[in-house]
Design a protein around this ligand. Structure first.
Ligand code: MN
Length: 341
């Protein structure tokens, strides 16, 4: 198999660093997602099988539907054991930085990460900061897990991808590719997925563990938002959902409960822009999703202190919810007209 995310020069440099048994720490970003947990636990498992000592160090715990990922229970996090995390990073010969590329993304671990002299980056986000001795950066990769697979294979360590590492990596591949539907899903992504199946990954169990883990309150909140709150804008090209603090509380909101809610609007025939406004912690957070050439990051940058990708971006407002929603509705028609379908 080819290893498109693993250039020979970086592979040689990393191979040299791993030539003798090392003490290794692996860190990832705050609010770690499936790719963050999958890539750190998978690479830790491979490195242990290769004779190294490896410890996953997280800025904070992952959402509950990721706790089953093999190796998660051995990870330590800054919220529960700050001192242990700082020591694990400081005492490591080598620090892997996975699924993030700016050192401020690790929140409470930032000081320890900045202080470490020998970092290896593996990441697929845009615009990497220059802080790693060896950097694997590929914005075309579907996921950091896909890149870890490439790097491990290029190092000649594929034999050490056991069932645990395979399940971890597949979890990241699946979640970051939107269950293999985002444009980043390439032939190589599916070849990597196939290889992981051959090494013991269980796609049905992984999907069920991650996706079929909603609380009843979350489904009721989504149902309420879709039936009572979703507004179709004039022209039938855009939808808006605005949820107040009281509405969140009525459904016993916990973080993650409205994850994915903004995507439902785009599923309506003819809609190419979907907006979700949430009144939380004293501010209004906006999530926008679009189809085709409709750069929502530019819109949010101009009006709501935001940014992100052309088809998926976030912003915020300190206005009350009703005023933020009114401002949004006032600005939308010009934006849609400027970028016709
Ligand atoms: Mn990722």
């Amino acid at each position: 198999m080819q290893h498109p995310s693993a250039p020979a020069a970086q592979v040689a440099a990393l191979a040299e660093l791993l030539r003798t048994p090392r003490r290794i720490a692996l860190v990832t970003h705050f609010n770690p997602d499936g790719d963050a947990i999958g890539s750190t636990t998978a690479l830790a498992a491979v490195l242990k099988a290769e004779g190294h000592v490896a410890q996953v160090v997280l800025p904070n715990p992952a959402a509950r539907n990721l706790h089953w990922i093999p190796g998660y229970s051995q990870a330590i996090n800054h919220i529960n054991s700050a001192q242990q995390c700082a020591e694990a990073i400081a005492s490591a010969d080598l620090l892997f930085c996975l699924d993030f590329n700016r050192q401020d993304r690790v929140e409470g671990l930032e000081t320890a990460v900045r202080a470490h002299p020998l970092k290896v980056l593996i990441d697929h986000h845009r615009g990497p900061e220059d802080f790693a001795r060896v950097a694997f950066s590929d914005i075309t990769a579907s996921s950091t897990c896909q890149m870890v697979h490439d790097v491990v294979n290029a190092l000649g360590m594929a034999r050490s991808i056991g069932p645990d590492a395979a399940n971890s990596m597949y979890a990241g591949l699946m979640t970051d590719s939107g269950s293999f539907r985002f444009p980043s899903t390439s032939p190589h992504t599916l070849r990597v997925a196939a290889d992981l199946l051959e090494r013991g990954a269980k796609p049905d169990a992984i999907f069920a563990a991650i996706m079929d883990d909603n609380s009843l309150e979350r489904l009721r909140l989504i149902g309420f938002a879709l039936s009572e709150k979703l507004e179709m804008m004039p022209g039938n090209e855009a939808t808006v959902i605005a949820l107040s603090k009281e509405e969140h509380e009525r459904f016993h909101y916990t973080p993650g409960d409205t994850e994915g809610l903004v995507n439902y609007g785009l599923g309506i025939r003819g809609v190419r822009l979907s907006v979700f406004l949430a009144e939380r912690n004293g501010i209004v957070k906006l999530s926008l999703r679009s189809k085709g050439n409709l750069p929502v990051n530019e819109f949010l940058g101009a009006h709501f202190e935001g940014g992100g990708h052309a088809n998926a971006a976030g912003g915020k407002s300190t206005l009350p919810l009703a005023e933020a929603t009114a401002k949004l509705k006032a600005e939308l028609p010009a934006f849609l007209a400027k970028h016709p379908a």
